[in-house]
Design a binder for this molecule. Sequence first.
Ligand code: NAP
Length: 246
Amino acid sequence: MSLKGRTAVVTGAGSGLGRACAVQLARDGAAVAVWDLNAEGAGETVRTIEAEGGRAVAYVGDAADRAAIEQTLARIRADLGPVLVLVNNAGITGFKPFLEITPEELERIYRINLMGPFFLTQAVIPDMLAAGWGRIVNISSSSAQTGAVGMAHYSSSKGGIIALTKTLAQEFAARGITVNNIPPGFIDTPMTRASPIDVDEIAAISPMKRAGQPEDIAAACSFLASEAAGYITGQTFGVNGGRVIY
Ligand code: NAP
């Protein structure tokens, strides 16, 4: 699955799923822009990639800050070239009964989980159009497929990501750009460990009797970003150990 000569941007690549996706895309040959709020985490991802002989640069900042997106992208293009693979992974979660969610909490989650990917994709697609080739992988959530009690703000933001994926897939299908989403289901990451979810308990009752690992998502991301996945677009590519089956 060679991405040699191509540049990938992975947001939220300083931790969890984003880090695993960045490392795998670098193994596939891409030069990777590791974009994260967390400088330490982003640096660790870059060091991991470099130790394996890959190419990566850290960009520290808010991937959902519309005013800063173009500036960061200009630096990425200057350092690594036009962006042909985009993984919209950065996200935050939230747990609160529906009636207690404040407008501020809703706006924060929609800004980071939905509007950020919307604006970043708008900014990156011209590179893909110029090349006549592009791969966009959006990280959604199984909570958007099933609903999730106490997560109305989060699950609805991720439902928006699935709808955005389907729409962009159709708008750009004839121009060499594929757009797919991966809804993870309970992957063992710092986000999950910091949440009220008991990962080990859920693993015990899941079909495969184990929690997902970031590498499980990275494998799917790598495939969707590859040449081999060129006829796949608009899809919701579940990676959840059989917990959610449609
Ligand atoms: P994680 O371990 O918390 O990693 C997310 C990374 O993204 C963190 O380094 C975080 O930085 C960074 N980040 C957050 N907001 C950002 C922003 N606006 N700009 C740049 N970086 C930002 O989470 P994860 O479990 O890997 O989750 C990754 C994605 O998968 C999220 O979109 C999440 O909703 C989705 N997901 C995860 C699961 C799961 O089971 N883990 C399930 C469904 C969906 P800070 O730590 O500094 O905030």
